[in-house]
Design a protein around this ligand. Structure first.
Ligand code: NAG
Ligand code: NAG
Ligand code: NAG
Ligand code: NAG
Length: 524
């Protein structure tokens, strides 16, 4: 312990003497509006592997960029799909350049990575579980602290399972989550059995300390099965229940009421947090609002991610209306929408529509997030794409992590794409690999590393016991996930790399390796 501390002080002093930081060879650069990428010539999911980690990162294509899209925050995705390898499937963070900063594997299917605050501290939260149960999920929500240590698994209450669509931590230390539950119901009015079965849409507010639900709401008690647009088909029995409502977002407001979005009724509802009664419904067959925009404020279909903005006067959504049976009457492409509502006059008005020039159509998933600087991030769910728009709907930055020619295939999906600031201080050591006189170094999730210092060492007995005396030989700017550093000709016997912050603090040290070993380390 003491010698480590002494060493860190010593190298801090030495680092001040070595001011020339070398540029590094880094990860593969993101593609710059590359047509071969879009045509699928590099595959559905262009990707790269590393020498210091088993993780697989996307190599994104940047079709357009704008300085306002780099506000220092990170893009959070959960890539999955036919073309995403297991070592690249899980929660993942990319920087503004598209370089991977952190990724995690080893969980079941994951969705919905976000940064959320709980009791004044920041956590990464994501869902993990089985998503093959019919358009929703049976699982739990994971919370990681700043060192990426799992500190909680949040489960649904009342013997049910947490669904993948929503987990929002409130200021009161609770979380609202979505839940799906099979329920027996009379389906004769939709051509089903008297003893029919639905996937009922439920949401719960869970106390994160006790795990108990302080509130639970069920769609079947408030919406009629005839409000659904979802073709029942041959569903509706116990083994294959019919999903008539499909809840996909919930948020709680300061009045204690909830704003919820449901795909199959194409409704946004405002639910009384005391009685559970529906205070009003926007959109769908149950719509109560007069549309001041000739239908464009209320004709959204199969939408996701309903959020309040502008002091509870506007709502943003991701409109999935570009899908059968709606694409003719609704729209041919997906969009973000901002809708102003007046709950006294009961009117709705389309403020802005966020449409990209490539007319992406996402049949499922998707989101829109309003950033502090006013930009709006749209994640295209079923397609591997994200577009950041100005507040007036101008597309500023378009990034693809799936070839355009492979859109609508399910090859590369991410339920949501969101941006958050994050400081990650992993409790692992940086990983080092030595291949043919090049040293590679990475540190999964370490957001504060600015540069890497390469040190070589010789055995010494000067202090009366055997130790290694270290000498700094180069400083290299961190570049992307993995930084490559050339090994000088006359290196010593031992080698290690120290991570430094922008302000000159040593943050971590790799293992020490003997130079006669060709090292490949896989710390994950
Ligand atoms: C919510 O329900 C409670 C209890 O029934 C009622 O007192 C309150 O007025 C309702 N709030 C709204 C906004 O409808
Ligand atoms: C938000 O709306 C409420 C009720 O209309 C009003 O009292 C409050 O001043 C508004 N706050 C802001 C920041 O505009
Ligand atoms: C990240 O932090 C910067 C600096 O405080 C701020 O300007 C920016 O809006 C934040 N971005 C997000 C997505 O929260
Ligand atoms: C190392 O260099 C040798 C000789 O140039 C080459 O054959 C070998 O493929 C290289 N190994 C790696 C992992 O790049």
């Amino acid at each position: 312990m003491f010698s480590k501390l002494f060493y860190l002080l010593q190298s801090l002093l030495l680092s001040l003497l070595l001011q020339n930081v070398r540029p590094a060879l880094g990860d593969l650069c993101p593609y710059d509006n590359e047509q071969k990428f879009e045509k699928g010539e590099y595959g559905s999911y262009p990707q790269q592997r590393f020498r210091t980690s088993r993780l697989v990162a996307p190599v994104v294509n940047k079709l357009s960029t704008h300085p306002s899209c780099d506000d220092g925050s990170y893009t959070m995705i959960n890539p999955r799909g036919n073309s995403v390898p297991e070592e690249g499937s899980g929660p993942m963070m990319l920087d503004a350049n598209g370089n991977m900063v952190w990724a995690l594997t080893g969980y079941q299917q994951t969705y919905n990575l976000q940064v959320q605050e709980y009791r004044g501290k920041q956590y990464l939260t994501f869902w993990s579980g089985n998503d093959a149960v019919g358009g929703h999920g049976n699982g739990e929500y994971i919370m990681l602290d700043q060192s990426y240590k799992e500190i909680a698994r949040v489960q649904a209450a009342n013997g049910l399972e947490a669904d993948l669509h929503e987990f929002r931590i409130t200021n009161e230390g609770t979380a609202v989550i979505t839940v799906y539950d099979v329920r027996e119901i009379d389906l004769t009015r939709v051509g089903g059995f008297l003893k029919g079965y639905i996937w009922d849409s439920v949401f719960q507010e869970i106390d994160l300390q006790t795990g108990k639900a302080s509130f639970q709401w069920r769609a079947s008690q408030h919406y009629d099965i005839l409000d659904s647009y979802h073709d029942k088909g041959n569903k509706g029995n116990r083994g294959n229940p019919w999903d008539f409502f499909h809840i996909n977002s919930v948020e709680k407001d300061p009045c204690g009421n909830y704003l919820i979005s449901a795909r199959y009724t194409s409704t946004i509802s405002y639910v009384n947090g005391t009685s559970g009664q529906v205070i009003w419904t926007l959109g769908g067959k149950a719509n109560q609002f007069t549309d001041l925009s000739g239908g464009r404020a209320t004709d959204f279909k199969y939408q996701h991610d309903a959020r309040w903005h502008d002091n509870y006067t506007t709502i943003t959504i991701f409109n999935n209306g570009a899908q059968a049976p709606f694409q003719e009457e609704n729209s041919k492409f997906s969009s973000g929408r901002k809708i102003r509502i007046d709950t006294e006059a009961m009117t709705a008005e389309l403020v802005t529509e966020f449409v990209d020039s490539r007319e992406i159509s996402s049949s499922s998933q998707g989101n829109m997030q309003v950033l502090p600087n006013g930009n709006h991030v749209v994640g295209y769910g079923y397609n591997g794409a994200a577009v950041e728009y100005s507040s007036t709907g101008e597309p500023l930055c378009e990034t693809h992590f799936e070839a355009l020619d492979r859109f609508h295939s399910g090859d590369v999906q991410s339920y949501r794409v969101m941006k958050f600031n994050w400081t990650g201080l992993p409790n692992t050591d940086p990983a080092l690999a030595l291949v043919n006189n090049t040293v590679y170094v990475s540190w999964n999730g370490a957001t504060e590393v600015d540069r890497w210092m390469l040190e070589v060492g010789e055995t010494t007995t000067a202090l009366g016991y055997e130790d290694i005396s270290w000498e700094i030989v180069s400083k290299t700017k961190k570049a992307g996930f993995e930084t490559a550093i050339n090994l000088p000709e006359d290196s010593g016997t031992f080698l290690r790399i120290v991570a430094y912050s922008k302000t000159g603090y040593a943050l971590g040290i790799t293992e020490t390796v003997r130079l006669d070993q060709q090292v490949r380390s896989h710390p994950i």
